[in-house]
Design a binder for this molecule. Sequence first.
Ligand SMILES: Nc1ncnc2c1ncn2[C@@H]1O[C@H](COP(=O)(O)OP(=O)(O)O[C@H]2O[C@H](CO)[C@@H](O)[C@H](O)[C@H]2O)[C@@H](O)[C@H]1O
Length: 760
Amino acid sequence: MAGIGALRLVVDAKMDGVVMRRTANRGPHRTTAAGVSYKPAEDDHLTRFSMRVIRGSGRGRRARVLCLGDAESKGDAVEDSEAALQATIDKSKKVLQMQRDLLQQIAERRKLVSSIQNTSVAVTNPEEEQVSLEGKKSDRSTDTAGVKYSSDDIRPPTSYAPPPKAETLQTTTSATGKVFDKPASSKTPTSDVGFAKQDKIENSKHVQSENLPTFFSTSVGTSASEPDSSEKINFLNNRVSSKDIHTEPNLPVLQGDDKKPPLAGLNVMNVILVAAECAPWSKTGGLGDVAGALPKALARRGHRVMVVVPRYGNYVEAQDIGIRKRYKVDGQDMEVTYYHAFIDGVDFVFMDSPVFQHMESNIYGGKREDILKRMVLFCKAAVEVPWYVPCGGVCYGDGNLVFIANDWHTSLLPVYLKAYYRDNGLMTYTRSVLVIHNIAHQGRGPVDDFSKVDLPGHYIDLFRMYDPVGGEHFNIFAAGLKTADRVITVSHGYAWELKTSEGGWGLHGVINENHWKLSGIVNGIDTQDWHPSRDVHLKTDGYTNYSIETLKIGKPQCKAALQKELGLPVRGDVPLIGFIGRLDHQKGVDILAEAIPWMMGQDVQLVMLGTGRDDLEEMLKNFEHHHREKVRSWVGFSVKVAHRITAGADILLMPSRFEPCGLNQLYAMVYGTVPVVHAVGGLRDTVQPFDPYSESGVGWTFNRAEAGQLIHALGNCLLTYREYKTSWEGIQRRGMSQDLSWDQAAQKYEEILVAAKYQW
Ligand SMILES: Nc1ncnc2c1ncn2[C@@H]1O[C@H](COP(=O)(O)OP(=O)(O)O[C@H]2O[C@H](CO)[C@@H](O)[C@H](O)[C@H]2O)[C@@H](O)[C@H]1O
């Protein structure tokens, strides 16, 4: 009986730890390349397997296929059948053991839940709550895992934490003034969230115990260095124990008085920020700055925070942690390894692969297909980092976990999280937040590109877009925006602009459909790197550190050092104007170019730093060539020169056509450098125009991205510089006194992360 109906396959496959058994018409399932089963659109009886993912050691591949009913091999078959039967029995025993372990785990979690419920009664006592929320000393506090700790030994929790009771949630909300920003369309009333979610946690664990710890199955291979699956199972069980929470050596560093509870209070979470670049290791622009600084601010609030970024070069701080994984990308087997560094309370995880190496100066370069491959690999691997990459000995796991993806490059992460995990009842409580830094870049391509991202067929609808410019196309950003639980953009102004046809760049429809999950949070700045009093680039070559107290001495010294370094006449009285930015359409360097003839008629000096479009680089060089006594053009990417211009210039020009947030104007203000900006996006949000009547404001703005408007604003600025010294100094001092650090912004991020956590 070799017919299909009689065919029984026993596949003992140690392929990615997947055991496949054919079962009679139990419903079609297929596997994604990541090894997770899903239901194909069409029934294919030849490949109709129910796939049960047992474990993920996957060190080798061996498959024996026994076709019962094949007369010629009957004798062998019987032998093989016995062996297979024995193997099956052995495996079943292991499975049973694992199920027992999981049931034990569920029992422990139930205990935790009841302890939380007891604790929440205590927390809702208004007096006690007040004390704890204000960070004042209380005898005992409770972390989100419901673990009691004394005020002498307060550390943020690092692992699974069931949500508090609904009453606790509400109390916390009102006491902190935070709003759990629930969408109007949300089906679960806020007051039910805690309980509803708790039930689902329990249910989900039962589901997992039936399906077994399938999260190990998704990679296509592992290295010899990887612990075997049984170790991993134990490891996972351990990760929920309160013992680990307290012995974990790699907790976020609480700054200042470390006896205070985490600022995040009960909202402490595990946060994994995933970005294509991260300063200081890799940076092409503002995304790198944000990825380097926001996580540290979240860690200061008590969250356990990881950054995952490609390893483009050899970074001295990062150590190889011996984890190797293999992933299929467009049919190609690719290996990644991981490097780790723990800095300022943050786990930086660098993903190494030949496709990333030596790309630091060309991160988004190469053919479209190659960029796509890099991002597919990066996102596929990044979503599994919480399972495979131990930081300080302990993986993050999925408890209280939220991913923060950034721009189109990592927009596949929310999609993979959904397709490979959440659709399969896994990582059910893990959330993803997508941050829009710049919607002008979307990861567009022909619809055929869908075949390269390795997703179930019906996912194509998330990617397929049409607009008059691109026609029908494949759009990665669109899929990320639709799939992420929350979307953040980097200013309020830009959040508004994204909804317009001019500002949405073809995605305004998607943004409007998902408007309930969009929030604007203005970026902060890393005041360790960017502050005139500690800037490392001001310590040599005649520059000096300065502060608001020493502004009048320090800034002129930096100006003189800059003039000297650039070979410009060293003059204190001439206004020195700076421009720093990518040379492209967005930054409006061509608008600045139109204003050059007028500017050259003024007694000014101009220094421009930028790299980008060849024609614009050429234009900059020409300006210097034609106005050597007044203009310097630095074509290239130099962090040191950027810092020195920010300190030495009097005025910073930003004629950007659009600017989601803009960091340079923030840096400028902290350095007492006065911004003149097009009032758009984040520039409008952050540069309050100078009002001579009330002596308020921190710079000048103009309303249309036109040379005439720029000239008008710059003219007023120059007049004030020359004629109204006291007003000028007031503008500088107001700019310098603002708190532009990440701390406030991080608190707002936290609110969104928590809202995502309780969103169903
Ligand atoms: N030639 C050069 N040499 C050295 N340094 C250079 C440089 N050119 C630019 N830089 C630096 O790169 C950063 C650029 O910051 P922007 O805010 O202008 O970001 P960008 O437009 O890249 O990113 C997007 O993301 C950020 C972050 O969210 C948003 O602020 C922004 O509006 C959005 O367009 C600054 O740190 C700047 O000093």
